[in-house]
Design a protein around this ligand. Structure first.
Ligand SMILES: Nc1nc2c(c(=O)[nH]1)N[C@H]1C(S)=C(S)[C@@H](COP(=O)(O)OP(=O)(O)OC[C@H]3O[C@@H](n4cnc5c(=O)[nH]c(N)nc54)[C@H](O)[C@@H]3O)O[C@H]1N2
Ligand SMILES: Nc1nc2c(c(=O)[nH]1)N[C@H]1C(S)=C(S)[C@@H](COP(=O)(O)OP(=O)(O)OC[C@H]3O[C@@H](n4cnc5c(=O)[nH]c(N)nc54)[C@H](O)[C@@H]3O)O[C@H]1N2
Ligand SMILES: [Mo]
Length: 769
């Protein structure tokens, strides 16, 4: 049981007592209210209730929201508030049909809020942009495929880009990646290029795997969890159950985050009648430190200094020397750099005191087995690589990698974002084995690396990219530098969006602009051989089958798999080994191809896809098999103590953190209530510490503008923001994504992976005219 004397300490150098915090725990009645609000807005049918009750259970529908694991022994309701929102949003009865598009020009729709665009409902039939009438007009599937295929076939392959956002199942994703390579390019950017690409690239270098090493089992055995920059309460709420169970058996949780995120402070289990009725909650974090954005490198250096000091005081008892000797390289060089890091610099960059870091280190040292968790707070920084390197260092020093109850666990974004990479969606030749492709399909895959998201954007800006085919997503809105991107995007010769609902990206069509409506995961997918399941991989590398039960929004909507196959067929020359029609007819055949291409991960795929809890595809680093260049785990020597990039100096330059609210899924805005942060009604706000507001001579409630402080010849500005006092460290401001994306420069990104620095953009504040 939880020790009642262990209260969380919300340590911060800049406490702001009167910030309007939501004073309830995450989960509980608030979360039930959140769900019923969605039910109220879109009334649930019997089918919706059935889908929800089977959601995330073997044989049911796997949630379209986050990528958190689906346990083998599910709760009665294995969905959370935000999972229910995602399901209900897709099962929407409203339709953006031909009448809707007849009624609205694109110029008109460009004045709509993102929320209202998606609220128009599910797309019902293929549409083509008519520039003369500034409208999308109906087009038949055959005509659309023939025209798109014709344009793609006529262009040099490297001018086409195939983007995937992490929604589509493994089947459509694998075929999309195969289609690109058969066409002759691997311009395969993915949503992870804006999120965990920092993980994919750098963990591969450090520990020889592009993904996390933990499974749910580890959370049953760890003694401590160190949490960096991941907002569990909003973005992976079912994970709170895992954390609650860990705390209740004595595991100690320490969190580093500039904001006091409710879910990581306390949690009322909405499934526990006792907790619900007596309003009891479980304390999640024993210690909660509000560090400065980009301050994690310094914090981790401080923690490592404490570990080294403990080892100095009692040699041979703290550091796992045998592990370091046998399994790692680079230790001595790393230690020299960490020892040399001055405490005053660590305090300056982190905004925390030495005493706070020593206190946190005490918890790390008390644990035999520790897990490091992280999200966008570590990855979306210029020196994101160093954030991850330092977290690996901390874990490796005490052998906390490759044993049960320990490891590193990035919390992924979209429900199948990790899986898409596993089956070849990626711009590198290594993402899909070329020899296999030659042998299986008689094609000659390209050797040259293709474009990732930033590369594709540069290509669009420079006019080198001529076609964007998007399997989901709202790229124009999700990317940095929105103003520049929108303008360039509309000059593209061909844009194709395979989507469920209308969004902003659809409103900047290219010369030929197509909108192809697809089934979502909640929908029944019936093909020639009968109902089809699709599969996905979670954050912990488990793979699940998912069956939709809802009625498709119209008889004209096709599955993502069928659309990808039809586009490929219309584009590529005939090849008897590329059997697009057969594959559409029966997805088992596609899973056989996946298993043949990736036998280590997907052996017996069709037989195992409905195993409760999913089937585990394994991870070499978990077994201390390091697939790195040296064959060992790699310590990282810090070259700086901040994750932030170069920024102009000056008291008035602030670091901007862009945030998700509790009422959105990426650019899908469900509503305007950020309940867990006590913020309601408007998304056009800028959060700042009360003392900072005074220091800068500003006033709470004042309307301000933000401008980007990066000097690269482009000016970037967002107006109409209300200044809101909030409990944040000094030197930073926070506001919502995607509203503030015009401020983030495309070139301001993580060094090795090009993940945009969405959590560390330097900005200035100005009053509005
Ligand atoms: N309901 C819902 N679920 C989602 C999503 C959604 O939009 N809505 N999006 C999905 C996707 S695609 C993704 S990638 C994930 C994203 O999920 P998260 O990884 O949780 O990403 P964010 O919400 O962007 O920010 C995470 C946290 O980082 C903190 N932070 C900011 N800067 C720093 C820093 O420098 N250091 C530290 N230590 N912390 C920092 C912020 O305060 C915030 O609490 O969620 C997925 N799940
Ligand atoms: N400033 C700032 N910018 C960010 C971030 C940040 O933290 N700060 N986070 C970044 C991250 S982590 C990510 S992942 C991106 C993602 O950002 P988005 O591109 O917004 O992600 P999605 O949720 O995939 O896109 C939503 C659209 O996908 C379509 N869709 C929904 N479901 C399906 C489906 O099942 N199939 C298909 N084909 N389409 C579907 C709908 O049309 C919907 O409008 O944003 C990035 N941008
Ligand atoms: Mo993401």
């Amino acid at each position: 049981m939880t020790d009642p004397t262990r209260r969380p300490s919300h340590d911060s150098t800049t406490q702001d007592p009167d910030t309007p915090f939501y004073d309830k725990a995450a989960g509980g009645w608030g979360s039930m209210h959140g769900i019923s609000h969605v039910f109220g807005a879109t009334k649930p049918s019997a089918v919706a209730l059935k889908i929800l009750s089977n959601q995330n259970k073997a044989g049911g529908m796997m949630c379209t929201s986050c990528a958190w694991a689906k346990p083998a022994k599910p709760h009665t309701f294995e969905f959370c508030e935000n999972g229910a929102k995602a399901t209900m949003w897709e099962l929407d009865k409203a339709r953006a049909d031909r009448d809707f598009f007849e009624e609205h020009t694109l110029s008109d729709l460009r004045n709509w809020h993102d929320h209202d665009l998606e609220k128009a409902g599910r797309l019902t039939e293929p549409m083509k942009y008519d520039p003369a009438r500034d409208r999308y007009v109906p087009v038949s599937w055959d005509e659309a495929f023939a025209a798109i295929g014709g344009e793609l076939a006529a262009m040099p392959p490297e001018e086409a880009v195939f983007y995937s956002s992490g929604h589509a199942g493994l089947e459509a994703s694998y075929l999309f990646a195969l289609f690109a390579r058969a066409m002759g390019h691997q311009n395969l950017p993915q949503s992870s290029n804006m999120c965990h690409e920092t993980t994919s690239v750098n963990l591969q270098t450090f520990i020889g795997t592009p993904v996390g090493t933990c499974t749910l089992e580890d959370f049953d055995h760890c003694d401590a969890i160190f949490f960096f920059g991941q907002n569990t309460g909003s973005n992976s709420p079912r994970f709170l159950h895992t954390l609650k169970a860990a705390v209740e058996r004595g595991c100690r949780i320490v969190t580093f985050n500039p904001l006091r995120e409710r879910g990581l402070i306390e949690f009322v289990d909405p499934q526990n009648p006792v907790q619900m009725t007596v309003g009891q909650s479980t304390q999640i974090s024993e210690r909660y430190y509000q560090l400065r954005p980009g301050g994690d490198v310094a914090v981790l250096a401080g923690l490592m200094k404490c570990v080294l000091a403990a080892e100095d005081a009692a040699p041979g008892t703290v550091i796992d020397r045998a592990f370091i000797e046998a399994e790692t390289t680079g230790y001595d060089e790393m230690v020299t750099a960490v020892r040399a890091a001055p405490w005053d610099e660590i305090e300056r960059h982190s905004g925390l005191t030495r005493a706070m870091i020593e206190e946190a280190a005490g918890i790390y040292l008390s644990a035999d087995k520790a897990i490091g968790i992280y999200g966008m707070g570590l990855t979306q920084h210029v020196n994101g690589w160093l954030n991850l390197g330092m977290l690996c260092n901390l874990l490796l020093m005490r052998g906390n990698m490759g044993k049960v109850g320990a490891g590193i666990s990035p919390v992924r974004g979209h429900s199948n974002v990790q899986g898409q990479r596993t089956v070849g969606v990626g711009e590198k030749a290594a993402h899909m084995p070329a020899d296999k492709l030659r042998e299986m399909f008689d094609i000659d895959p390209p050797e040259k690396d293709g474009l990732n998201a930033v590369g594709a954007c540069e290509g669009i800006l420079e006019g080198r990219v001529k076609a964007m085919v998007c399997l989901g997503g709202n790229l124009v809105r999700a990317l940095p530098d929105r103003a520049r991107m929108e303008e360039a995007w509309s000059r593209l010769p061909l844009t194709v969006h395979i989507s469920t609902k209308l969004n902003r990206s659809h409103l900047v069509p290219g010369t030929s602009g197509y909108l192809l409506p697809c089934l979502g995961r909640t929908d029944k997918d019936i093909q020639a051989s009968g109902p089809q399941a699709v599969t996905m991989e979670d954050s912990l590398s488990h793979i699940y089958g998912s069956l939709g039960e809802g009625d498709p929004p119209s008889e004209h909507v096709m599955s993502e798999t069928a659309i990808v196959c039809a586009l490929a067929q219309a584009t590529l020359p005939d090849n008897p080994k590329l059997r697009w029609r057969d594959w559409t007819a029966n997805y088992d055949r596609i899973r056989d191809l996946i298993a043949e291409t990736y036998p280590d991960d997907f052996a017996d795929f069709n037989a195992r896809m409905f195993e409760p809890g999913g089937f585990y595809r394994g991870n070499p680093a978990r077994n201390r098999d390091w697939k790195t260049e040296s064959g060992k785990a790699q310590f990282t020597t810090p070259t700086t103590l901040s994750a932030l990039g170069e920024a102009p100096a000056g008291e008035e330059v602030m670091t901007l953190i862009t945030l998700r609210s509790n009422d959105q899924f990426n650019t899908t805005i469900y509503g305007f209530s950020d309940r867990l942060r006590g913020l309601e009604g408007s998304r056009m706000i800028v959060l700042m510490n009360r003392d900072e507001i005074a220091r800068l001579g500003l006033e709470e409630g004042q309307e301000i503008a933000l401008t980007c402080a990066v000097e690269d010849g482009h000016s970037r500005r967002v107006d109409g923001l209300t200044l809101t006092a909030y409990d944040l460290p000094a030197g930073c401001v926070a506001g919502y994504y995607p509203e503030l994306n015009p401020l983030v420069p495309l070139g301001y990104h993580e060094k090795n992976s090009q993940t945009p620095a969405y959590k560390g953009t330097p900005v200035r504040i100005s009053g509005t005219a």
